[in-house]
Design a protein. Structure first.
Length: 215
């Protein structure tokens, strides 16, 4: 579907768990990988998403005081807590169970982030959590930039990124760092359609095929 409008583009679909970076070249899907191991090796699949990814899968250290501190590896917080704290993700979009079983609120997200340093909110104020969340968010974007650079190097004509998924804001940030023009799939198919982009694409392609058959 995207290739029909953008003959040379990078589709960046960031879901709850993973990110797909699918190159389109000359109006055709040009992905190398056909299995998940192949896609991971090619940079076309990155195991980071907008919700489920544990913080310790993204960073090993976070800012603390005048320096940095190592993070716990106990699954105390998800990247969804990072984005909820930062305001990039709405509470209604936090659709996975929180590590501590509590609600998807900014207050509880902050408490979970504090636990990344084996701390609590008495030890870390809002400013400290802001620094931690921004550091993790930037590191996650850097993961996509690294993969996107490898994919785009194989297709130098790519100048545009089409972003989709609940984490489209992550894809947009990465695309901007790659120097690509950013197009949001939601502008064509709506927010719900962009978050379920594969299903929406199948439906739209089927409608187009049916219309062509009647013509």
């Amino acid at each position: 579907m995207v290739a029909g409008e953008y003959p040379d583009a990078l589709l960046v679909d960031v879901g709850t768990t993973t990110a797909d970076l699918i190159p389109i070249a000359g109006g055709r899907v040009a992905a190398l990988g056909r299995t998940d191991p192949e896609r991971l090796a090619s940079g076309e699949l990155v195991y980071t998403g907008a919700l489920r990814t544990p913080v310790e899968a993204i960073v090993r250290h976070v800012p603390f005081g005048d320096g940095a501190a190592g993070v716990s590896a106990e699954g105390f917080a998800l990247v969804g807590d990072v984005h909820l704290w930062r305001g990039a993700l709405a509470a209604a979009d936090y659709t996975v169970p929180a590590p501590d079983g509590r609600a998807a609120t900014r207050e509880f997200a902050g408490e979970r982030l504090a636990r990344v340093l084996c701390a609590d909110r008495e030890l870390l104020d809002d400013q400290a959590l802001d620094r931690i969340a921004e550091h993790v968010a930037r590191a996650q974007v850097a993961q996509l930039v690294e993969a996107g650079r490898a994919v785009c190097a194989r297709h130098p004509a790519i100048r545009t990124a089409v972003v989709a998924g609940v984490g489209d804001f992550i894809g947009a940030a990465a695309a901007a760092e790659l120097g690509l023009a950013v197009e949001h799939l939601a502008r064509r198919v709506g927010d719900a359609g962009a978050r379920g982009a594969p299903a929406a694409a199948v439906a739209l392609l089927l409608l187009a095929h049916a219309a062509a058959a009647r013509a």
